[in-house]
Design a binder for this molecule. Sequence first.
Ligand SMILES: *[C@@H]1O[C@H](CO)[C@@H](O)[C@H](O)[C@H]1NC(C)=O
Ligand SMILES: *[C@@H]1O[C@H](CO)[C@@H](O)[C@H](O)[C@H]1NC(C)=O
Ligand SMILES: *[C@@H]1O[C@H](CO)[C@@H](O)[C@H](O)[C@H]1NC(C)=O
Ligand SMILES: *[C@@H]1O[C@H](CO)[C@@H](O)[C@H](O)[C@H]1NC(C)=O
Ligand SMILES: *[C@@H]1O[C@H](CO)[C@@H](O)[C@H](O)[C@H]1NC(C)=O
Ligand SMILES: *[C@@H]1O[C@H](CO)[C@@H](O)[C@H](O)[C@H]1NC(C)=O
Length: 533
Amino acid sequence: MSNDTYFKPIFFVLFLFVNQFSWVESQTNGLPVDTVFTFPGPLPTILPDEGGFGKGIIDLGGLEIAQVSISNSTAQRVWSTYEGGPDDMGFSIFEPTDLPSNFFKLGFYAQPNNQKLFGSILIARNVSSTSLLPPEDYIEVGNTTSLEIKQDWPAYVWQPVCPDGYQALGIFVTANPEKPLPTQQYTSCVRSEFTEQSEVGTLVWGIKGVSVFNLRPVIRGPQGTGLYTGTFSFQGLSSTPPPPLFTLKNTKLNMSCMPSEAQTRVLFQTYSPLIYFHPNEDFLPSSVDWFFSNGALLYQKGNESNPVPIQPNGTNLPQGGSDDGSFWLDYPVDKNLKETVKRGDLSSTKVYLHIKPMFGGTFTDIVVWIFCPFNGNANLKFLFIKRISLGDIGEHIGDWEHVTLRISNFNGKLWRVYFSQHSGGTLMEACDLEYVDGGNKPVIYSSHHGHAMFSKPGLVLQGNGENGIRNDMEKSDKVLDCGSGYEVIAGLSGVVEPPWLNYFRKWGPHVVHNIEKSLEGFARILPGWSNGS
Ligand SMILES: *[C@@H]1O[C@H](CO)[C@@H](O)[C@H](O)[C@H]1NC(C)=O
Ligand SMILES: *[C@@H]1O[C@H](CO)[C@@H](O)[C@H](O)[C@H]1NC(C)=O
Ligand SMILES: *[C@@H]1O[C@H](CO)[C@@H](O)[C@H](O)[C@H]1NC(C)=O
Ligand SMILES: *[C@@H]1O[C@H](CO)[C@@H](O)[C@H](O)[C@H]1NC(C)=O
Ligand SMILES: *[C@@H]1O[C@H](CO)[C@@H](O)[C@H](O)[C@H]1NC(C)=O
Ligand SMILES: *[C@@H]1O[C@H](CO)[C@@H](O)[C@H](O)[C@H]1NC(C)=O
């Protein structure tokens, strides 16, 4: 079959849809999803260098992938419902259209109606002649005829049946009860070599026992080979669940699409957050060097009466080993100095960046670490024991918080931001953030004393009853512009790790150590991020 005959039926079907779209548009007017999200400022410049970052296409080792940013010019809305899901506004399904030549769809895209149109879906090019094949047949996953919800018309949901050795990655939706012919190429089948197991990720929508989830790779983290395709699954429409859907796998994983050092700096200058501390905040952040040079002491077990001052960059801290309790850090003994150190020093503060690949090297995570010499939230001691240590002889010291920027290696666009909040955190999409006027720098609010990171001002209560955490956020003149003082501490070639990064004892940076050295540590310390991504 030539590509020509393969494409023809699509035009016919699109024509049918287009007639219905005008009706959909008038139905949905006024919903956030009717407006396309655009970043307030210019996107980062893509530097011309040898690497594959920002080139629009990533080669998985014989299958080329591109990322389509969903907008009204790249996708058509095929179906919407107007209830259920976030804010009870329903959700919409989009089909990518006008694909570049020789590119094929892998599935459709779905998002809640309470968000501006924002997101992306991957499409694939048939590089070697057999990397993609059309489906042999379609099975009906279900339909919404008997679902009593506000909807445009009943949706019919189909999953491709693939030839042996090929897998389906996504489903598609029609307004037509008739089973599509295999020649109506809605989605392609991908050779198994380029696929791996997927699982449900975030919930897009749910009502009356029916739910829609984004799909994500089962194995994630810096070493994971699985990609995030942007496809979704529709569950609960029929009693027999359809066969599993798969996700793409990067068989190359040579990280050639990660940004260079110069490009990473361009990305961080574009998206570096502005962090507001509470107007009544007593315990501000500082640089690590400031903490050391202002009298922080290293204690050794059995020699408690002879604590040692710490060299400015931590050169005299014990390196490596494990936290066996034989060393710890504490404040200076002098009472006044101790108070000064606890209060931190905003003017010295810099943030520490850890750069990591995500989703098979198709995204870059910039983890932005912020150090506060003191965590003032005394009510919550018991919650923090797991995360920051109590010095053997006293108070809490060393509070590390972070936000993570997740950026597409296809085009340099910010996709999501993770906010650390006590022992968990929240994942936000870039379309839901506040930005500094005229730019793409997210505004972040640090909670009073607890230093948990939030995307909005106000009060957030976490937990229940007396164990609840009170988080108060507000703008003030205590503000940290992360872009004006930062140091890359790990993840770029040529970076010299500061000695304190390899100090694995009590003060907090054993958190950094765990993230740096083991995925298991990553999962344990950042449950929200690693499970919620
Ligand atoms: C797409 O949406 C944007 C904003 O939501 C609007 O300005 C533009 O006119 C729309 N384009 C088309 C082709 O509908
Ligand atoms: C990929 O190429 C092969 C050989 O040219 C062809 O048989 C197959 O249909 C193509 N796949 C798609 C999805 O076009
Ligand atoms: C729609 O789904 C119902 C089950 O929910 C099924 O009985 C019916 O045959 C489906 N209709 C069509 C036209 O496929
Ligand atoms: C990585 O893969 C890309 C894309 O195929 C290729 O151009 C590049 O040479 C490879 N780099 C290394 C270091 O193998
Ligand atoms: C205790 O610490 C001091 C200061 O670092 C050092 O000179 C001394 O040798 C240590 N004593 C023991 C028993 O480790
Ligand atoms: C740490 O600081 C000392 C003295 O200020 C300096 O000699 C040394 O080069 C620094 N080491 C690193 C790794 O920055």
